[in-house]
Design a protein around this ligand. Structure first.
Ligand code: TC6
Length: 698
């Protein structure tokens, strides 16, 4: 009974409605409102049952994440949940949209739940480095059994209303939440159904109590990929407590686990990543209310690895694609690879059995650039040279319809130069996808000099629609991600000349939490590409060149910085490489020294952060958090470390600036001198985050 939670009565049925946009999160006002309305409804002698529902686009989407890390505001949620569960009158949660986290926990404290067909229900707290802290780990296993509960709590993905119905999490699927909830409440009253308090119902725990392997096997499967993360393990322990302990003791255990996680560095980083991702979709400098152009059909030029992956991303989102090649042969090959890719995913159970046919049905392969004529968005993914790109954009200018957005998937070329060959530079921008494009979530949206605000808005909106994470960047060599990566690559190579080995450098980087080190990554991408480009530019890189001269191109030749056994991608250290490095150093008269792991870590991370500072100073990225989003979703930066700029703030900018100055001197490398912005922030005792706060205040 306040601004955001209202109580009405339809004769014997009380309706409690939350209206707190955008997602009805459990702010202090919502918690207080739920408590007061429930208290009043329970006390009203006319009321026989209570429906809890939400206005707007969704049921409660969880705790208000912005409140975490601040002093707790009363009232707590627990008081409301105890009041509701103990209510002598049946309470029905009527769900639509997404009942997530604390939202589902509120629903679990109700006696019954109904949901609309498209609703999703989940406990995604682990994705924020947390565990469900309002009884979810104790009530959900009692509602659906520990196996599915572990899957939902440790995995964090929501389930559909149909699945929820199958497993007894909801009683019915209804048309509208409020009307369906009310009709269901009337039925409960008429049938005099007994109250179902999950707290008191251990029936679904029996099997796991008798044989704990049901639970431990499910946990083992889910935590396999949780390397470095704390929350999935703590969440699994809390579910274990539901099996082993009485309800109230389990709740206590859950609370302890939640309080520990909510103040952890990992959860802070993961919450930061959540908001950074959403912030990145807001384009700096574009007038508010700028509308995206409608995109009904997309054309993609080039059916190679990138073009195919991009086409699949659109088809996965149900958007029709015209895939264009220069010849039938290339087209057939590209279509065949996509088909196989989909079939393999379906065989693994990743998509339904009928999905390959449906999705391939959305991709029309054709020959000839004139076929772009119906597309609202054209994405060029052809060979990465300026001459070829210019040729394609000249043709696009001729054939594309008026107002179509023309995007290049280049990973480093100058979009201004590409735009100049067209008569419509306002429609030209970059959409840099990452390989494999149907899997990787990042899309760098490159804003050129003349790109129109609504073209930019269109690219960001469509990227989100196909489940990518867009981040807007400016034109420069390599944009944000690859430009920073180049600094790391340079140091990695230098470390070999000083006495480190590829496996030592890679081990430090993977121990930090990255999926791969720079040398294993080089082997995967192919060392011959860089070798050829160095030759073209007349540049030498003694160790990398010697490897290529020995035919070691990486995984594709079974050896590179590592050796690979036939059919395996496991990188095995190779004494031959050590010998080759030793010989090269001797030939060049270089002395080897022992390089510590600490030095490797600093020289892998700090030069990238330094480049990030330059990128911010030049306005290539608008916010430090945009850089972090790029690293999280394009390069596998560990989410629990928030991203390079967030990590830098944790380490302290003064320390980083001092160490860079030290390495600049020690290794005689002026490129390591701290960037002016980094120097200034370090001297002022500030963080990169302070820049974002300043920008917001302005
Ligand atoms: C929990 O519940 C713990 C409980 C412990 C016991 C108490 N809080 O994603 P969108 C904002 S942990 C505050 O763009 P969508 C979001 O920042 C929580 N704000 O929309 C954005 O603001 P902006 C467990 C929130 O339709 C706006 O809402 N719950 C929250 O693509 C729109 O968001 C979760 O982890 C929040 N909880 O997706 C769910 N949620 O416009 C997290 C959203 O100023 N949320 N905002 O940028 C989501 O997964 C999605 O937001 C969604 C809606 C699926 C609800």
């Amino acid at each position: 009974m306040n601004e955001v939670v209202k109580l009405e009565r339809h004769d014997a049925i009380a309706i409690v409605t939350i209206n707190s946009p955008p997602v009805n999160a459990l702010s202090a006002a919502v918690r207080g409102g739920i408590f007061e309305c429930m208290k009043a409804a329970i006390a009203d002698p006319e009321v026989k049952a209570i429906v809890l529902t939400c206005g707007g686009r969704t049921f409660i989407a969880g705790a208000d994440i912005t409140e975490f890390g601040k002093p707790p505001k009363p009232p707590g949620l627990q008081e409301a949940l105890v009041l509701m569960e103990n209510s002598p009158k049946p309470i029905i949660a009527a769900i639509h949209g997404t009942a997530l986290g604390g939202g589902l926990e509120v629903a679990l404290a109700c006696h019954y739940r109904v949901a609309t067909k498209e609703a999703k229900l989940g406990l995604p707290e682990v994705k924020l480095g947390l565990l469900p802290g309002a009884g979810g780990t104790q009530r959900l296993p009692r509602a659906v059994g520990p196996e599915l509960a572990v899957k939902m709590i440790v995995g964090g993905d929501p389930i559909s209303a149909a699945e929820a119905l199958k497993h007894g999490l909801i009683e019915e699927i209804v048309e509208g939440p409020a009307s369906g909830g009310e009709a269901f409440a009337r039925k409960v009253v008429a049938e005099k159904r007994p109250l179902r308090r999950l707290r008191d119902d251990d029936s679904k725990l029996k099997a796991a109590k008798a044989d704990r392997s049901i639970f431990t096997n499910a946990v083992a499967a889910l935590t396999k990929k949780a390397r470095g993360l704390e929350a999935p393990f703590a969440a699994a322990d809390a579910v274990g407590a539901a099996i082993d302990l009485p309800f109230d003791e389990g709740l206590k255990k859950e609370r302890e686990g939640f309080l520990k996680l909510v103040s952890s560095d990992q959860s802070k980083a993961q919450r930061y990543a959540f908001f950074s991702e959403r912030e990145a979709a807001k384009i700096a400098g574009v007038p508010e209310g700028t509308k995206a152009r409608p995109v009904e059909r997309v054309a993609i030029i080039g059916a190679g690895t990138m073009g195919g992956g991009i086409a699949m991303s659109f088809a996965n989102a149900g958007i029709p694609v015209t895939l264009i090649e220069t010849g039938e042969e290339q087209l057939k090959r590209g279509m065949g690879i996509m088909q196989k890719n989909y079939e393999a995913t379906a065989a693994r159970g990743g998509i339904p059995a009928d999905a390959p046919a449906k999705r391939m049905g959305l991709i029309t392969g054709v020959v000839g650039l004139e076929n772009v004529k119906d597309a609202d968005l054209v994405i060029e993914a052809v060979f990465e040279t300026m001459a070829v790109k210019k040729e394609v954009f000249t043709a696009l200018d001729k054939f594309a319809k008026k107002g179509a957005v023309l995007a290049s998937n280049t990973s480093y070329l100058n979009i201004d130069e590409i735009a100049k060959v067209t008569s419509r530079p306002q429609d030209v921008l970059g959409m840099h996808f990452f390989s494999p494009a149907n899997v990787m979530k990042l899309c760098e949206i490159v804003r050129a000099d003349k790109t129109a605000p609504d073209a930019l808005t269109t690219a960001v909106a469509i990227a989100r629609k196909i489940a990518k994470v867009p981040a807007v960047v400016g034109v420069c060599d390599g944009f944000v991600g690859n430009r920073m990566l180049a600094q790391r690559g340079k140091q990695a190579e230098k470390l070999l000349f000083e006495g480190a080995l590829p496996q030592q450098v890679d081990a430090v980087v993977t121990k930090f939490g990255m999926p791969m080190g720079p040398f294993a990554m080089g082997d995967l991408a192919g060392l011959d590409i860089g070798w050829r480009s160095r030759k073209d530019r007349g540049i030498k890189s003694e160790i990398a060149d010697a490897l290529c001269e020995a035919g070691r191109f990486g995984q594709k030749t079974g050896k590179g910085y590592y050796k690979y056994e036939a059919g395996s991608r496991a990188a095995l250290p190779d004494p031959e490489v050590e010998k080759l490095i030793d010989e090269t150093l001797q030939r060049l008269g270089r002395k080897k020294r022992v390089v510590s792991d600490d030095e490797i870590l600093e020289r892998m991370m700090y030069p990238m952060i330094n480049e990030g500072a330059r990128i911010l100073e030049e306005g290539i990225a608008a916010r430090p958090s945009d850089i972090d989003v790029i690293w999280l979703y394009g390069y596998g930066w560990p989410i629990y470390r928030g991203g390079p700029m967030f990590y830098a703030d944790q380490v302290g900018l003064k320390h980083i600036a001092d160490r860079l100055s030290y390495y600049a001197k020690e290794t005689n490398d002026p490129s390591l001198e701290p960037a002016p912005l980094l120097k200034r922030l370090a001297a002022e005792g500030k963080t990169f985050a302070s820049l974002a706060e300043k920008a917001k205040a302005a």
